[in-house]
Design a protein around this ligand. Structure first.
Ligand SMILES: [Zn+2]
Length: 110
C-alpha cells in the first residue's frame, strides 16, 4: 500500500513537472497515478485530488489549466476553475485544515 502511494506521489510530481514541457506526457502521468489509486483502492489526498477536475476528470494544473483562488472572508474556501471545461467548484476549508501542503503551490507561484 505504501509503495503505491509513493508511486502516485512520484507520478503527480512528474505530471506537474512535465506540464511545462509536454502536455500529453503530463496527462499520461496523471492518469496513471489515478489508475493506481483506483487499483489499490486508496483515497487520493486532497492536495492531489484537487488536481483533477470534478467535472471533466482531467488533470488540471493550477496557473495553467485551472485557477485556484483562496477566499479571504471568514469562511475560508478555495475556488477552483477548470479551463478545460469551465467548471468552477468550491472547497470549504474547516478551521482545522491547513492549506494543501503539496509542492504544487510552491512551484506554480514561482
Ligand atoms: Zn474540467
Amino acid at each position: 500500500m505504501e509503495t503505491a502511494k509513493e508511486r502516485i506521489d512520484i507520478l503527480i510530481d512528474n505530471a506537474l513537472y512535465y506540464s511545462k514541457i509536454d502536455d500529453e506526457l503530463s496527462d499520461d502521468q496523471a492518469r496513471l497515478a489515478k489508475k493506481i489509486a483506483m487499483r489499490v483502492r486508496t483515497r487520493l489526498p486532497y492536495s492531489i485530488k484537487q488536481l483533477f477536475c470534478k467535472q471533466c476528470k482531467e488533470f488540471i494544473i493550477p496557473g495553467k489549466s485551472s485557477r485556484i483562488r483562496i477566499g479571504r472572508s471568514n469562511t475560508r474556501c478555495i475556488r477552483i476553475s477548470c479551463y478545460r471545461c469551465g467548471h468552477i467548484y468550491r472547497k470549504l476549508l474547516s478551521h482545522q485544515s491547513r492549506l494543501p501542503s503539496h509542492s504544487l503551490f510552491v512551484r506554480v507561484e514561482k
